[in-house]
Every structure is written in structure tokens, then in C-alpha cells.
Ligand binder design. Structure first.
Ligand SMILES: Cc1ncc(COP(=O)(O)O)c(C=O)c1O
Length: 369
């Protein structure tokens, strides 16, 4: 039987196993020294002053929007092609997503974002989708011109770089996710806000822990959206490996490019722009030239024990939950076209050259048939 090739695989090691046991035996489980050290190491890695852990990206950004003081009716420019959670926190905090189209890098099209600015726009929330940084220069320029804040969604881009600096260090704030498929994982849910704003970091730290300043002194009505010691220990070990793991992803991407070069009917992901972007290939997403072929190719690969995914089949401006809130939203032509044609191929640091060849050969066979 053919070896199964999964879409993603979590990095594991004996060192991590040992560290987990150490923390279990240590008897300190929530927001202790491991969390503190992980926050410090994350901030150093991303090149920001503060990292504040929370129970997920979604939780962390909810607290961030509350700490920012988002008001009812505030509009935020955001790409529609992203995970649904990108827009949930802003809505819970009273804000309204204003959906923008993407450019051919699958990230927010700054020109479309500019067209959608109104008197109520307060911020831009770009997503470094599939591990490739959005056009940070253009977005910073737009933010500066219109007095908007910028929050980078780095859930898929831990370690990616823009002009030599980490994505996540450019915005007013940024957020990362540790969901198991991500480039940096903690064997469960988790996330963090990255920021240079000490007051915001302090507010989020308080809000995630029942608004307490001290054990029995509650300055705000908060939440229980804390992080835990076992997962922080896992995250610290994964962080040490992150650059190496991302290199493994980049190596796999090069093998895909070599194997699929010139194959008619398949558009490969945009290559990095030297001196500008350094992608970390959270996903390797191909785009077929024909709508009808995506599902049949996915089925064909599945029969050969190759897993694929679609990120994302329904863009957020077309989700039923959005229609319920805002009615029918304006079309986004490129997004609506691409979501019918994209297919995510297996991608993880330990992916082998022969596995990439197996996937590519199967795609070529399918396209010939
Ligand atoms: C781009 C993007 N933003 C936000 C999220 C939400 O992250 P979490 O699952 O940690 O809340 C995810 C992950 O699903 C994501 O891929």
C-alpha cells in the first residue's frame, strides 16, 4: 500500500517529551515561569518589546481589540481570503470588517484597501497568508496617510521576513497562533499578541486573567483566557527549532517548484522577491486553470493516499454569518475566482524529496489523463 502523505505534521522530539514531564512534575500549571520565559523569547524572536500569551489567536486578538478600545461601527480593512477567526474578534468587540480583494500573492490588495477607506475606517488587518508577507510598505503608507492602526495577522507566518525583519514587527500590533497545523505549535490551542506598546500589553495581561492586578484585586471585568505551563514549555522548544523547521519548508517548496515547473494548467505560489519577502510556506498552494478540475484532482490524490486541503473554499464575505449581519456584500472578483481553483499540497518541515516527487508525479498524471 502507498505511504500516506499528510497535509501537515507537527514537529515532535524527545526533548519536548522530557520538558513536558518536567513541568507536570513541577506542579506549576498556569501563567508561571515557563509562560514568562516563552513571552520573553517570543518577543526577542519577533523583534518586539512584548509578547502576551493567551489561549488562542482569536482570544488574544479579542483582548487586543478590547484593549485598543474598538468602538461600535469602527471599520477595519481586512482580506476576505483568510480563516474565519481573523474577523470574529473585531465583530465581538463592536467593529465591522470591510472586506478587500487580494492581489496575485493571495494577500490583501493595498489598492483595493485604499478604495474602501471611509470616515469610519480605524485600522487595517492584513494576513500574511500561507506564510508570505503582505505588501507591508504599501500598507504602512496607507495607515500613515489616514491615521489608521495596523495589526498583522501572523497566524500563518511565524518567522517570515519583510526586508530582513520579521513579519509581526512592522504593525502597531501583531498576533500569532499555535494551532497544531501552524509553523510553531504547542500541541493544542494557543496564541499571543506581539506589540511595542507597554500599556496595551499590560491591559491584555490583565484582561486574560479576570482583570486582576493582584491575586484578589480586580481592576477590570476580564476573562479566563490564560495560557498554561506545559504548552509554554513545548512552545519554547519549538521556537528554538523554528528557523530550522522553516528552512525545511522552504526546501520542500523548492522541490515542488522543480517538479512542477512548466506544468501546463498549474500556477505555482508566487516566488519570493529578493531583498523583500522571505516566505515560510505555511502552505504550498497551487492554482488550477480550470474550476472543474480542483475537486477531481483532490479526489485523485486522495486515492493515492495524498492529503490536500482548500484554504479557503468559502471566502468570508460570502459566509452565511456575514450575510446575516450585513446583508449581501459586494463581490471581490479575484478572491471569488481563486477560491474555486486553489489546492493546498502537503507541506511540513520533514516532508521528503521523494514524497514531493510522488505528489508532483500524481498531479502530472492526473493532468495528462
Ligand atoms: C490566518 C489565521 N488567522 C487567525 C487564525 C485563528 O487562530 P486560532 O485558531 O489560534 O484562534 C488562524 C488559524 O486558524 C489563521 O490561519
Amino acid at each position: 500500500m502507498a505511504e500516506k502523505i499528510p497535509l501537515s505534521r507537527v514537529y515532535q522530539s524527545e526533548t519536548i517529551d522530557r520538558r513536558i514531564l518536567e513541568v507536570v512534575k513541577g506542579g506549576n500549571y498556569i501563567l508561571g515561569p515557563e509562560c514568562k520565559a516563552f513571552e520573553k523569547e517570543l518577543a526577542e524572536f519577533f523583534g518586539v518589546q512584548h509578547a502576551v500569551l493567551s489561549s488562542s489567536w482569536t482570544a488574544a486578538v479579542h483582548l487586543l481589540h478590547l484593549a485598543q478600545g474598538l468602538k461600535t461601527g469602527d471599520e477595519i480593512l481586512v482580506p476576505s481570503l483568510t480563516a474565519f477567526p481573523t474577523i470574529e474578534p473585531m465583530i465581538h468587540a463592536g467593529g465591522k470588517p470591510v472586506f478587500c480583494d487580494i492581489d496575485d500573492t493571495y494577500t490583501i490588495d493595498p489598492a483595493d484597501a485604499r478604495r474602501k477607506i471611509t470616515g469610519r475606517t480605524v485600522g487595517i488587518l492584513p494576513v500574511h497568508l500561507y506564510g508570505r508577507p503582505a505588501d507591508i510598505d504599501a500598507l504602512q503608507q496607507l495607515a500613515r496617510e489616514h491615521g489608521l492602526w495596523l495589526i498583522e495577522d501572523c497566524a500563518q507566518a511565524h518567522g517570515a521576513k519583510w526586508k530582513g525583519k520579521r513579519a509581526g514587527s512592522y504593525g502597531d500590533h501583531a498576533a500569532i497562533s499555535f494551532y497544531p497545523s501552524k509553523n510553531l505549535t504547542v500541541y493544542g490551542d494557543g496564541g499571543a499578541v506581539l506589540t511595542n506598546d507597554a500599556a496595551i500589553a499590560q491591559k491584555i495581561s490583565m484582561l486574560r486573567n479576570h482583570g486582576r492586578k493582584d491575586k484578589y484585586l480586580h481592576e477590570k471585568v476580564g476573562f479566563n483566557l490564560r495560557f498554561n505551563e506545559i504548552q509554554a514549555a513545548v512552545g519554547r522548544e519549538q521556537l528554538k527549532m523554528l528557523d530550522e523547521l522553516n528552512s525545511g519548508r522552504r526546501r520542500a517548496a523548492e522541490w515542488y517548484r522543480r517538479e512542477l515547473a512548466g506544468v501546463k494548467g498549474v500556477a505555482l505560489p508566487p516566488t519570493d522577491t529578493p531583498g523583500k519577502t522571505e516566505s515560510v510556506y505555511h502552505m504550498f498552494v497551487i492554482r488550477l486553470d480550470n474550476h472543474d478540475r480542483r475537486e477531481s484532482l483532490a479526489r485523485y490524490l486522495k486515492e493515492k493516499a495524498i492529503d490536500t486541503g482548500v484554504h479557503y473554499p468559502v471566502p468570508n464575505h460570502l459566509q452565511p454569518a456575514m450575510e446575516e449581519l450585513y446583508g449581501k456584500l459586494p463581490p471581490l472578483p479575484r478572491t471569488e475566482d481563486y477560491v474555486k481553483r486553489i489546492l493546498s499540497l502537503p507541506m511540513f518541515p520533514a516532508l521528503r524529496e521523494d514524497q514531493v516527487k510522488t505528489v508532483a508525479d500524481a498531479i502530472k498524471q492526473f493532468l495528462r489523463s
